[in-house]
Design a protein around this ligand. Structure first.
Ligand code: HEC
Ligand code: HEC
Length: 270
């Protein structure tokens, strides 16, 4: 490549980045107040409600519910009366039902509903959430190809929402309202899958969240068709629970950190 061409390439990239930043600015400016305050991001998933005060009542989980734990608990507590199916008969859970109620609704049923009241005493709050997420996961689990969706989310959504969904993408500083934090229980657990699908498809008026229905990603050669937008909703949902894979990955990270510490210590001893 000649020098001239290289310089032109660099200029193109710089202009593109500046355009993105400028658009971010304009969007915030349009919303009357230019709020450049840093968004308070939770560095970890903290319980949103005091555990003691609300032990018996509705409250969000303390950490990501585990579908692995949930599976066992479901077998022990629910499978005598419930199973999974495609038609709503004989207390079968269906995909249609799961898509149309917010996750919090399922929790409320097994906490306050007459027929299920006993679970409030029998199971801890975290265990009830484990079951809820297992039921949801069984019918509306991960995207078919998680890695593929991750890459596409990375190049289209992460600029605002962050790769881990914490609303900490590079331009989040300029957005008011800030991007949605997909790890925030009190937000995502109160929305149905249908609602999230609608927001991904049609965008959210007066915010930076654009509509995606029918868009084409020219770099990666794919379209945001209906099927892919549902895959995105599944992908967003997985920030709100943990699977066996997540648990294994956490363990690996921990072990890697520990062995590095050990290495450092032996280095020091020498
Ligand atoms: C002894 C039987 C029994 C057990 C055990 C049981 N359920 Fe149910 N459940 C029912 C019946 C009966 C209904 C239907 C209630 C109705 O239609 O009003 C129901 C309905 C539901 C509904 C749907 C409520 C709605 O909004 O339509 C959910 C969700 C649910 N159960 C979850 C659970 C979970 C989770 C467990 C395990 C922790 C569980 N149930 C254990 C009998 C049971
Ligand atoms: C230019 C920044 C930007 C990009 C790019 C973007 N979003 Fe958003 N998104 C936002 C903002 C800002 C909100 C919050 C709007 C509000 O508070 O109502 C939001 C909200 C959402 C919500 C609603 C969540 C909730 O709790 O209400 C979903 C779902 C969502 N985005 C998905 C996506 C997906 C999927 C992509 C990529 C295909 C994407 N977003 C790309 C800025 C963006």
């Amino acid at each position: 490549m000649s020098d001239k061409k290289q310089i032109a390439e660099i200029l193109k990239t710089v202009t593109l980045v500046m355009c993105i930043v400028l658009i971010g600015f304009l969007i915030s400016a349009c919303q009357s107040t230019l709020n450049l305050k840093k968004v308070n991001l939770p560095s970890e998933k903290k319980p949103l409600i005091n555990e003691k005060a609300t032990k018996e009542d509705f409250a969000y989980p303390t950490k990501d519910p585990s579908v692995v734990e949930g599976k066992q608990l479901f077998t022990q507590n629910c499978s005598a009366c419930h199973s999974f199916g495609s038609e709503a008969n004989k207390n079968e859970f269906t995909l249609k039902y799961i898509n149309s109620v917010p996750p919090s609704q399922l929790f409320k049923v097994i906490t306050n509903d007459d027929k299920h009241e006993s679970f409030r005493e029998k199971l801890t709050r975290q265990e009830r959430w484990d079951i809820v997420m297992y039921v949801r996961y069984t019918l509306f689990g991960l995207p078919k190809d998680v890695e593929d969706v991750k890459v596409k989310f990375g190049s289209n959504c992460a600029v605002c929402h962050g790769t881990r969904g914490f609303a900490d993408g590079p331009i989040h500083y300029f957005l008011n309202p800030p991007p949605a934090n997909f790890n925030q229980f009190d937000r995502l657990y109160e929305k149905t899958d249908e609602k999230l699908f609608d927001e991904v498809s049609n965008g959210i008026p007066w915010t930076a969240m654009p509509p995606w229905a029918g868009r084409v990603d020219k770099d990666k050669h794919f379209e945001f068709d209906e099927k892919f937008r549902w895959e995105l909703v599944k992908f967003i949902r997985q920030f709100g629970y943990s699977t066996e894979k997540d648990i294994l990955r956490e363990k690996e990270l921990f072990e890697a950190k520990e062995s590095k510490k050990e290495e450092e210590n032996t280095e020091k001893d020498k």
